[in-house]
Design a protein around this ligand. Structure first.
Ligand code: 13P
Length: 239
């Protein structure tokens, strides 16, 4: 398993359902990973092995994994299959999967177990809706999501948490820096077990705000959607 403590920050590009072969070839030619940081590109799974890079700080990550290990589940990819292809990271529980594919904390927990058993680091995504934020339920929601999604054997070396407020995704809106720091500090204090976890922020991160967000004490990197599709912009974010 990759040693997360070797990196000061972790930056993840989540391409979602975007990209094609020309785009990828150009992207990987132009990508300039920062040697102090861990850079992970979560491309659509069919392109996972297009990243031909021998350096030890840039990785391909999957955007999802099957709940099942094998069997009659047409269209699925298991954690073992990802591990066979040398994939070291996988997003789980992204809000788009919770919303469109009815994922819940229980399935996310099981997927994370399957990943850890196959030496793949799950990046467990959590976040509140705008309504929940307005009702001041953010902390309660996050605590429930994190406690229910994290496998019993998860620890700071085999699991990453990504805080993505749902209302900030693709909206151009972000919480204030104070709010981000408060939430990340809260997450690390939910239980002593989470103290040393890497906690990433996601939601409308771009080159113009990534520096100040990532400089917050309890922010250990960023999970980037739209802005990661422009390699020049993503290069600025990871620099
Ligand atoms: P945006 O950066 O486009 O807001 O998306 C965030 C996200 O969903 C990353 O997983």
């Amino acid at each position: 398993m990759i040693k997360l403590s070797d990196f000061s920050s972790i930056f993840i590009a989540n391409w979602k359902l975007n990209g094609n072969i020309e785009f990828i070839n150009e992207y990987y030619q132009k990508l300039l990973p920062n040697p102090n940081n861990c850079t992970i590109v979560c491309s659509p799974s069919i392109f996972l092995n297009r990243l031909k890079n021998n350096s030890n700080n840039i990785f391909s990550g999957a955007q999802d994994v099957s709940f099942y290990n094998e069997g009659a589940f047409t269209g699925e990819l298991s954690a073992k299959m990802l591990s066979n292809e040398n994939i070291s990271f996988c997003l789980v529980g992204h809000s788009e999967r919770r919303q469109h594919f009815k994922e819940n904390n229980e399935t996310i927990n099981k997927k994370s177990i399957n990943l850890i058993e196959n030496n793949i680091i799950p990046i467990i995504c959590v976040g509140e809706t705008l309504q929940e934020k307005e009702k001041q339920m953010t902390k309660e929601i996050l605590k429930k999501q994190i406690n229910e999604c994290s496998p019993i054997n998860s620890n700071f070396e085999n699991t990453i948490i990504a805080y993505e407020p749902i209302w900030a995704i693709g909206s151009g809106l972000t919480p204030t820096l104070e709010e981000i720091e408060e939430v990340h500090t809260f997450i690390k204090k939910i239980d002593t077990k989470y103290n040393k976890f890497k906690v990433l922020y996601g939601g409308s991160v771009k080159a113009s705000n990534s520096g100040e967000i990532n400089s917050l004490k309890n922010v250990d990197g960023c999970l980037v959607g739209g802005a990661s599709l422009k390699v020049d912009e993503f290069n600025k974010i990871i620099s």
